[in-house]
Design a protein around this ligand. Structure first.
Ligand code: ADP
Length: 487
């Protein structure tokens, strides 16, 4: 049994602006709390719109010289940064578990995933190509340039305090942009830790700025990022509600936007599925980060022929493999939820389902503090809250269906379109389903698919744009058509 560390490296209680550890102008701070035991970890500055405006000005000044660096120069710094993060991955993971609560092994996995974006975009930076296009007019030549868009404003969530920062910021930095980023109030330390290592890697002042603020200042800080004309790009990961606000605010200056918003993932198990594969897929998709990821299985839809066997097996594996506890205790697979509101919300979903006729197979209780028992509900119907909304907790809610046509309709009957999963051994069914599901990310016989090489992005109200992959850099580049005439 391992206790929470008594001291953690890379814990900075200041924001990071223009290469300096910075206080809020008001001098105000707010507390950051370990969700596992409710103890205060430390404080960070509670910055406001004016602090944010200053950071934007520094980022703009830095952009003037950063955009003149060569792709190779940016690549070298990103690669160095990735090496430093890998060398310090255990310490970064500890800090992440401390503020987010997820098990240390998962935190280490996140740090490695997060660092993979530094390495990837170090490589991609050098593969930005323009074009020369065949012209219909002899005297006019058609050239296409790709250039960095400018200062990028970013707002990130608490469920991936490291990887959501790097997936955005490394793409921007590789493209030649500079960044002002507001991390989630629950998990600012992982973002700040990255700045220390970025500085060591040689990233110049003003290229990456982290503005911390409490939930009560998030609105004004977000508004400043969206409405300030120096900011040319907004990238957000978080709830659909907040995404819509930011999209509206960004309209005032016609900013380019990327949005990674909420999901309502269907997880479909057909009669032809390999049972063990489907159950293992459910475990990783449903219970990672205690069910608090936007790609977590939300509506588990199981065909009637395999329904009883699937539920029995899932109940067995859940009882055997899921262990609630502090993220630093070895063997823990289920850390706490992020805060008490999350516990109330998740419990509300469970009570609503039971009251409307779902059968509770496992769990269904608060376990003290921010902990909630991994829960299995069967005979869930589509009128229940847990089918209509994103659960964001360790609740496996199982629906029964009869036919493929029926399940396609159910799966697509939502405004969300982030992740969808299905399990089938029938190759023509696999093809049909992969085409028909209206989702940006599809797992076929697979519950875990996020990789730096693959594009991450949602359809419908789940988002705009793609992150990671060969598509990710485009979010930070402008296309310029140059017509060379008088030839
Ligand atoms: P969650 O409910 O999971 O915390 P949110 O979308 O509310 O998801 O939070 C994601 C990020 O958005 C966090 O960094 C949070 O501080 C920020 N945020 C929340 N409300 C606003 C707002 N009105 N404007 C800008 N950012 C916001």
């Amino acid at each position: 049994k391992m206790a929470a560390p008594t001291s953690v490296r890379f814990l900075h209680e200041k924001a990071y602006v223009n290469g300096k550890w910075t206080e809020a102008a008001s001098g105000k701070t707010f507390d950051v709390v370990n969700p596992s035991n409710g103890k205060k970890i430390g404080v960070v500055p509670d910055m406001d719109a004016t602090d944010t405006q200053n950071a934007i000005q520094f980022a703009q000044t830095a952009f003037e010289s950063w955009k003149e660096t060569t792709a190779k120069e940016r690549s070298v710094i990103l690669r160095k940064w990735s090496e430093l993060c890998m060398q310090n991955k255990d310490e970064l993971a500890k800090l992440l578990t401390l503020e987010n609560g997820k098990p240390l092994a998962e935190a280490t996995g996140e740090v490695m995933y997060g660092t993979s974006f530094m390495e990837w975009f170090a490589e991609e930076a050098r593969r930005v190509y323009g074009d020369i296009i065949q012209s219909p007019a002899k005297s006019k030549k058609i050239l296409v340039f790709k250039q960095p868009i400018g200062v990028a404003g970013m707002i990130t969530p608490w469920n991936f305090p490291n990887a959501m920062i790097t997936r955005k910021a490394c793409a921007a930095i590789a493209a030649g942009c500079t960044v002002v980023l507001k991390p989630a109030e629950d998990t600012p330390y992982s973002a700040l830790a990255l700045c220390e290592l970025a500085e060591k890697a040689g990233l110049p002042p003003g290229v990456l700025n982290i503005v911390t603020c409490s939930r009560s200042n998030a609105g004004e800080v977000g508004k400043m990022l969206c409405e300030n004309p120096m900011v040319k790009k907004i990238s957000f990961t978080g709830s659909t509600v907040v995404g819509k606000i930011l999209l509206q605010q960004s309209a005032s200056t016609v900013k380019k936007v990327s949005m990674e918003l909420g999901g309502n993932a269907p997880f479909i198990v057909f009669d032809s599925a390999d049972l063990d594969q489907a159950v293992n897929g459910t475990m990783v998709s449903k219970f990672r980060c205690s069910g608090q990821t936007c790609v977590c299985a939300n509506r588990i839809l199981v065909q009637e022929g395999i329904y009883p066997k699937y539920i029995q097996k899932l109940a067995e594996v859940m009882s055997r493999d899921l262990k609630i506890g502090d993220g630093f205790e070895s063997g823990t697979t289920q850390g706490p939820l992020i805060n008490s509101n999350a516990v109330e919300k998740v419990d509300g979903h469970v009570q609503d389902a039971i009251q409307k006729g779902a059968k509770l197979v496992l769990g269904g209780q608060k376990k003290g503090g921010n902990f909630y028992a991994p829960t299995l509900l069967q005979d869930v119907t589509l009128d229940m809250k847990c089918a209509k909304e994103e659960i964001f907790g360790p609740i496996a809610a199982i629906h029964k269906f009869k036919t493929e046509e029926e399940v396609i309709k159910i799966a697509n009957a939502t405004t969300a379109g982030l992740a969808g999963y299905f399990f089938s051994q029938n190759i023509s069914q696999v093809w049909r389903m992969a085409e028909k599901l209206e989702y940006g990310l599809i797992g076929v016989n697979e519950g875990l698919f996020s990789m730096t090489e693959a594009p991450f992005g949602g359809w419908k109200e789940s988002g705009l744009g793609s992150e990671g992959s060969k598509y990710g850099l485009n979010e930070y580049l402008e296309i310029k058509y140059v017509c060379l005439g008088g030839m």
